[in-house]
Design a protein around this ligand. Structure first.
Ligand code: ZN
Length: 249
């Protein structure tokens, strides 16, 4: 897809950035990004990708909007309660930019269906709320050499990872070989709403940088945000030689 005159106007404030330009904007338009989980992370992530001009986006979530989601899931309002998140998200996003092709997938991701869900996308964003799904996505992306940009939030903390499995490097199992016994998510531990907004926006930041091939500082590192201390730290993740995904340096 080429840029048309309306695109030049709509995106002029980012096209004038030398590091983006027309070439970068074309890449953004043609990128294929999948968002798994349309919750506190998925809402800001989808909003920024759409408003920046990503025109091929898949969204996966089988939940309906609940009243207790509204403190952080900013694409939804009270009239959306009881409706499927993916449907409501698509409606809102197409109001921002109607040319975006949004593929909605109202399904629970599983070993059986993961290939058909992910294979046609280049960049995969994980914003899910349980470890079982996180491991499944990690293992699939590792095996199929996808780029995985993953964020997790709980209480006042956020984590962000980027794994470029086209290259050598660690995966989720390298530093967390086994699934923790306790889930650590918004449902069970609570969440400070701006942490969701910030981490979802940082995920969008990394997706867009990956699309236009800007400085890849987060490769093989984890970004940790603490909203109480107001600290943002970057920690290197090492390859674990015993990783069952046979990760290599
Ligand atoms: Zn690994």
């Amino acid at each position: 897809m080429k840029l048309d005159l309306r695109d030049y106007e709509r995106f002029e404030k980012q096209i004038i950035l030398k590091k983006i330009g027309i070439t970068g904007q074309k890449k953004i338009k043609n990128a294929r990004v999948l968002i798994i989980g349309m919750g506190g992370l998925g809402c800001p992530l989808l909003t920024y990708l759409a408003s920046s001009g990503v025109c091929n986006i898949g969204i996966v979530d089988y939940d309906k909007v609940e009243l207790s989601n509204l403190n952080r899931q900013t694409l939804f309002n009270a009239s959306d309660v009881g409706k499927y998140k993916v449907n409501q998200a698509k409606l809102k996003i197409n109001k921002i930019y109607k040319r975006i092709k949004i593929k909605t997938l109202k399904i629970k991701i599983s070993k059986k269906n993961i290939d058909s869900i992910i294979k046609n996308f280049d960049i995969i964003c994980d914003g899910t709320d349980n470890f079982k799904t996180r491991y499944l996505i990690n293992d699939y992306c590792k095996k199929n050499k996808k780029i995985l940009i993953s964020a997790a939030i709980s209480k006042f903390n956020g984590h962000l990872f980027k794994y470029d499995f086209k290259k050598r490097g660690p995966c989720l199992r390298c530093f967390m070989p086994d699934q923790p016994v306790l889930e650590n998510n918004c449902e069970t531990h609570g969440i400070f709403p701006p942490v969701a907004g910030l981490m979802g926006s940082l995920q969008a930041n990394e997706v867009l940088k990956t699309i236009i091939n800007l400085k890849q500082d987060l490769n093989n590192s984890m970004l940790i945000f603490d909203a109480l201390k107001m600290s943002l730290r970057k920690v290197k993740i090492n390859v674990n030689r015993n990783c069952i995904n046979a990760c290599k340096n």
